[in-house]
Design a protein around this ligand. Structure first.
Ligand code: SAM
Ligand code: SF4
Length: 494
């Protein structure tokens, strides 16, 4: 296999330019490598983060798998693992199993103080009002050291955020809700088979504000049949609602989804999608929203805890994620932060091990079977090399719209410009970044091109991993690793 060499600015520039007119594959990558390289039999989060080795900060992600069925399936575009909702009993059974998984962490979590908790899915607001006290008490019972002010977000679809549910959620410790609207134009929304109407979105935003709950609304741009006029109207209406936080994702088209298979011709072209991004950014920032990540915009002077989005991404310091529930992902970066190594350490001594990441079972049958057998339901995992860790943290850091050079140096023992020099230089020449003493900063164009910059940064390592993967497939069956089923493309909790 011929390797692509992006070490010179000319080669990197050629690489970027060859992709500029193609639709971006926008997987919103926060870590490296993608789960397609993860394998079974790599242990569990308890091996990934043994007692006493905790990172200075962590987050907890709690997953609920169920979604209302739609026609077309999976809302026409969604690549997340989900399970079809049929009745309330399913939710009770799932909460029983979630409790059983939690028990396996009880000892380990006694002291845990996540900076934030995100209850995501799937559609967690499918729970009935009487089921939230149970879900929240499961969390509080396992995390007795949790400070009362910890932000707890619960996500769902607009039409299921009834006032009654919002009141119960708030009474039991939810501080913020996040709802996927995707499109406010009813005709465009119907292409996904979702039944929500714009009034559901605005009503839920209003109730959340009345109850003092933080609120985020997800929109997607690059949607079939969408025009700049649709985009502008949606954003203006949403800003007028006063919602605190707007997440504006580029549509990721892929897999066996209806949009990928049957609506490709209706998708706006790459140049129009880019215009949509830049127009949205302009409207939002002019409309008193501040840009936090390539896709997140927060109302200035909002009460929302900005750190959820910023602090965890701004530096390269270690930050754990504990994933609990069906298909949840845990992540334990392992490197010597400035607190842990001496200034005399060589780059080789810093970051010998990149840590590990794990994903829980992506079918309910496998999730329940593992817990019935008394195991943690981990399905696949990956042990990072130091190079993987650097990429992983660089991807997270890019979400903060700049790469902090001092933090990179403190954690990895060298300047970030020494790694990938051709790519940074070419990115600067093309106007994606400006290189300053303190940081490499993304321009608005660069923020849009983050997926492309990530593709260039990971190119060499992906080639190595792909070669290793094919080499392992050629080995005799007996020593082959467990096959890995197709995996979703993660989108960040918003
Ligand atoms: C996985 S959903 C969970 C929340 C809830 N079920 C919903 O649909 O609103 C979280 C967010 O992921 C985003 N998302 C899902 N599939 C996507 C795709 N193919 N491209 C871009 N964003 C996507 C949507 O904006 C969605 O609101
Ligand atoms: S977009 Fe939301 S509701 Fe639709 S399938 Fe994905 S997770 Fe479920």
């Amino acid at each position: 296999m011929t390797r692509l060499d992006l070490t010179t600015p000319a080669a990197a520039r050629h690489f970027f330019e060859s992709k500029l007119r193609q639709r971006q594959v926008n997987k919103v990558l926060h870590s490296f490598p993608s789960p397609r390289f993860w394998k079974g039999g790599t242990g569990t989060p308890l091996d990934g983060r043994p007692p006493g080795s905790d990172a200075p900060s962590c987050e907890l992600y709690v997953a609920l798998p169920f979604c209302l069925t739609t026609e077309p399936a999976h809302c026409g575009y969604c690549l997340f693992p989900t399970e079809a909702y049929s009745n309330q009993d399913q939710l009770d059974v799932y909460l029983d199993f979630l409790a059983r998984e939690g028990e396996l962490y009880r000892e380990r979590w006694t002291e845990l103080q996540p900076r934030s908790i995100f209850i995501g899915g799937g559609t967690p607001n499918l729970l009935k009002a009487h089921q939230y006290p149970r879900l929240l008490s499961l969390i509080h019972d396992l995390l007795p050291a949790l400070p009362a002010a910890t932000p707890v977000t619960l996500e769902g679809i607009p039409q299921l955020f009834s006032r009654e549910k919002l009141e119960v959620m708030q009474a039991h410790g939810v501080t913020r809700v996040s709802m996927g609207a995707q499109q406010l134009d009813h005709q465009l929304s119907l292409l996904s088979g979702r039944k929500q109407q714009p009034k559901h979105v605005f009503q839920a935003v209003e109730w959340a504000a009345e109850l003092g709950l933080g609120c985020n609304v997800d929109l997607i741009f690059g949607w079939p049949q969408q025009t700049l006029t649709h985009l502008e109207r949606d954003l203006r209406d949403l800003m007028a609602s006063g919602v605190e936080h707007i997440t504006h994702y580029e549509l990721n088209v892929g897999g066996a989804t209806d949009f990928a298979l049957n609506r490709r011709e209706e998708l706006p072209g790459p140049e129009l999608v880019r215009e949509m991004y830049l127009l949205a950014r302009e409207l939002l920032t002019a409309g008193s929203y501040e840009q936090l990540t390539p896709y997140d915009f927060q109302k200035k002077q909002s009460q929302e805890a900005g750190f959820i989005y910023e602090e965890c991404r701004r530096t390269f310091d270690a930050h754990d994620v504990w994933g609990w529930g069906y298909a949840a992902i845990s992540d334990f970066p392992d490197h010597h932060s400035p607190d842990h190594h001496s200034p005399d350490d060589s780059p080789e001594q810093i970051g010998q091990n990149g840590g590990s990441t794990f994903m829980n079972a992506r079918t309910l049958t496998a999730y329940y079977a593992a817990l019935d057998a008394g195991h943690l339901p981990t399905e696949v995992g990956y042990t990072r090399t130091p190079a993987d860790l650097r990429l992983s943290l660089l991807f997270r850091n890019l979400q903060s719209l700049s790469v902090d050079r001092a933090s990179y140096r403190a954690n990895f023992g060298r300047d970030v410009l020494e790694d990938f020099p051709g790519i940074w230089q070419a990115a600067a020449e093309l106007g994606f970044v400006t290189i300053q003493d303190a940081a490499i900063r993304l321009t608005p164009e660069g923020a849009y091109r983050v997926p492309l910059i990530q593709t260039a940064l990971m190119q060499g390592r992906v080639e190595e991993l792909t070669e290793a993967h094919f080499a392992s497939m050629k080995r005799p069956a007996l020593i082959q690793s467990q096959p890995t089923p197709p995996v979703p493309l993660p989108v960040a909790p918003s």
